[in-house]
Design a protein around this ligand. Structure first.
Ligand code: NDP
Length: 335
């Protein structure tokens, strides 16, 4: 039974030494408990926040604690009436190969309905985040321009495709020519812009001749700086993530105070900037699962997974996620 714990809190970008890989015995389920064998572990940007004590919407992982994470697991032993060996479940078992559960919060998956790893991606938390954030806050209308960054990733790829389904024009921002080609050729984005190009801001402006009506914010940093001047009057900005800043642990870098100028633009252009955590919209989960499954079946919603083999490779893969080295939804095949 391999498990990965938090060895120390990262200073800036996480490094391998911030994690500890250890071998422990497989636990035994007591009455009312089940033993889960983890098959897939989801790696997500929010985990950087759990490594830090900076003020957040969720508690940090303790030093020496198992890293938190969403998982797809198989029931291998059960003392619980609702679960039997062989059941496949969505769980939150973290970075370890075996875990106990009392059954609370588990969702049974049907392996015949969809590949089970999709419960961590396109049909899971990231896909749902895209759906709820875009449709509830972004509210794209036919003919409008929707821009999303980290567009080849788990959330962004779904945002752009749902924007297209709703009749909007989808502009994706991604790092490098391969990801941009994938957005255009595989996912059907109208335009893709490489945020690493030296003339990125000019390219983005040329790609949005009618301005931007919805900007789904995943990144912050230099991407938001290029987007902000292009926002139209009444533009909506669902603030989903700020991955470019996660290694700053909540500390703003020194610099001039640009907040008054920013607020002036929010006022004069009637901008709606609204942050959210996906759990806020959990009452939409059933409609999401139904609609997304339909869009996948009719080919309008495609997905790409970046599967890393072996739990011991999770730390390096996670470090890479914060640098844009993943290409698609990052999952670890634990077995
Ligand atoms: P992705 O699969 O998109 O992977 C992260 C990507 O972010 C990288 O591949 C990279 O893509 C991009 N990136 C990383 N650093 C930078 C940077 N400095 N500047 C620009 N781009 C960068 O991750 P997810 O789809 O899982 O998550 C996307 C965002 O959504 C994150 O901010 C995450 O925290 C947020 N989120 C929020 C939720 C909520 O409830 N509010 C729930 C789930 C996710 P590239 O190479 O294209 O730059």
């Amino acid at each position: 039974n391999t498990r990965i714990t938090l060895a120390r809190r990262p200073q800036g970008a996480p490094v391998a030494e911030d994690f500890h890989i250890e071998q422990v015995s497989v636990p035994q389920p007591s009455q009312g408990e089940i033993l889960l064998k983890v098959l897939y572990l989801s790696l997500d940007p929010y985990m950087r926040g759990r490594m830090s004590t900076a003020k957040s919407y969720a508690k940090p992982v303790e030093i020496g604690g198992v890293m938190e994470g969403g998982t797809v697991a198989e029931v291998v032993a059960s003392n619980h009436a609702d679960f039997k060996p062989g059941d496949i479940v969505l769980s939150h078992s973290g970075w370890q190969s075996y875990a106990l559960s009392d059954g609370k919060g588990l969702r049974k998956l049907d392996p015949d309905a969809a590949p089970i790893s999709t419960a961590l991606g396109v049909l899971g938390m990231p896909g749902f985040t895209a759906y709820a954030g875009l449709l509830t806050i972004g509210q794209p209308k036919p003919g409008e321009t929707v821009v999303v960054a980290a567009a080849s990733g788990a959330v962004g790829s779904v945002v752009g495709q749902i924007a297209r389904i709703k009749g909007a024009r989808a502009v994706g921002i991604a790092g490098g020519p391969d990801k941009c080609a994938f957005l255009r050729d595989e996912l059907g984005f109208d335009v893709a812009v490489d945020h690493r190009a030296p003339d990125f801001a000019e390219q983005l402006k040329a790609s949005c001749p009618d301005g931007i009506d919805v900007y789904f914010e995943n990144v912050g940093g230099h991407v938001f700086e290029a987007v902000f001047p292009l926002l139209n009057t009444y533009a909506r900005v669902p603030v989903c993530g700020l991955i470019a800043h996660y290694n700053q642990d909540g500390q703003a870098p020194a610099g001039p105070d640009r907040l008054p100028g920013f607020m002036r633009q929010v006022l004069s252009r009637s901008l709606q900037i609204r942050g959210f955590i996906q759990t806020e919209f959990s009452d939409q989960r059933d409609s999401f699962l139904k609609e997304a499954a339909g869009w996948i079946a009719d080919g309008r919603l495609r997905y790409r997974e970046d599967v890393v083999e072996g739990l011991e490779n999770a730390p390096q893969a996670f470090i890479g996620l914060l640098e844009g080295r993943n290409f698609g939804k990052l999952v670890v095949n634990v077995v």
